[in-house]
Design a protein around this ligand. Structure first.
Ligand code: PGA
Length: 265
């Protein structure tokens, strides 16, 4: 998908049971107006994916899995594969910092998951970001570089078109301490230049890059107005339908604003 669509992803994490999830989607569906320039993606818990896949109108919302295992089938107790998610979700979140840090997922696991997603025609949202300590030590660029190389090894230029990158500084996630838009802009420029180094200028220009980390309805526009930011990965603020809809509305306005700036208006 080209960068002409702003992507707003709601990551519910381990929140909302089946009943709450269904009510939420019912409520959100009534609030959200379809805009050609905005794609809304919901990432509920695995338990609710199948029932929500029957409930949502895919023209209004796409679905994402928060996690999956990279093998397609076999004796892997408790796991769900990307091939089982086909037809239910369109996106998968890969390498979220909670997976990296709480569940000790390595770059090797993450790379295998990116491959599995591509193999199964699901769009991976590859999350990368530095911890507070790495930031304080001036290691942000190196960390992002390693995470990009780690996640994208073996991905061809053609396959890269399926991938979305989410820049999520670990210290900003769930902390209420969102990153300054100027810093986000600088880091995302670095990410694009690293992509340019790996895949060339066209790929660097075409790849969708999101920001995530304590985004609220009040701060969403600050990020969406940045020409390098193509959308948001929202955790806590996606759990309430009205709040999430406020963010989605800003994405519509944000896209027009960015276009106006690019168009020199
Ligand atoms: P947050 O989570 O918006 O609650 O900080 C973002 C994320 O983890 O994707």
């Amino acid at each position: 998908m080209a960068r002409d669509k702003t992507l707003i992803v709601g990551n519910w994490k381990m929140n909302l049971d089946m009943h709450e999830a269904s009510l939420y989607v019912h409520q959100l569906a009534k609030l959200v107006k379809n805009h050609r320039d905005v794609e809304v993606v919901l990432a509920p818990t695995a338990l609710t994916l199948q029932s929500l896949s029957l409930q949502v109108n895919y023209r209004q919302f796409k679905l994402a899995a928060q996690n999956f295992y990279w093998r397609d089938s076999g004796a892997y107790t408790g796991e769900i594969s990307a091939s089982q998610l086909r037809g239910i979700v369109q996106y998968v979140i890969v390498g979220h910092s909670e997976r990296r840090h709480i569940f000790h997922e390595s770059d090797k696991d993450i790379r295998a998951k990116v491959q599995a997603a591509i193999r199964n025609h699901l769009r991976p949202i590859l999350c990368i970001g530095e911890t507070a300590g790495e930031r304080a030590d001036g290691e942000t660029h190196d960390v992002l570089h390693d995470q990009l190389i780690g996640g994208l090894a073996n991905v061809t230029s053609e396959e890269l078109e399926q991938i979305v990158i989410a820049y999520e500084p670990v210290w900003a996630i769930g902390s209420g301490q969102n990153a300054h838009p100027n810093d986000v802009s600088a880091v995302i420029r670095t990410i694009r230049s690293q992509i340019k180094h790996l895949y060339g200028p066209r790929a660097a220009d075409a790849i969708q890059v999101l920001y995530g980390g304590s985004v609220k309805a009040e701060s969403a526009s600050d990020y969406l107005a940045l020409p390098d930011v193509d959308g948001l990965l929202v955790g806590g603020a996606s759990l309430e339908a009205h709040t999430f809809n406020d963010i989605i509305k800003k994405a519509h306005k944000g896209s027009s604003l960015a276009k106006n700036i690019e168009g020199g208006l």
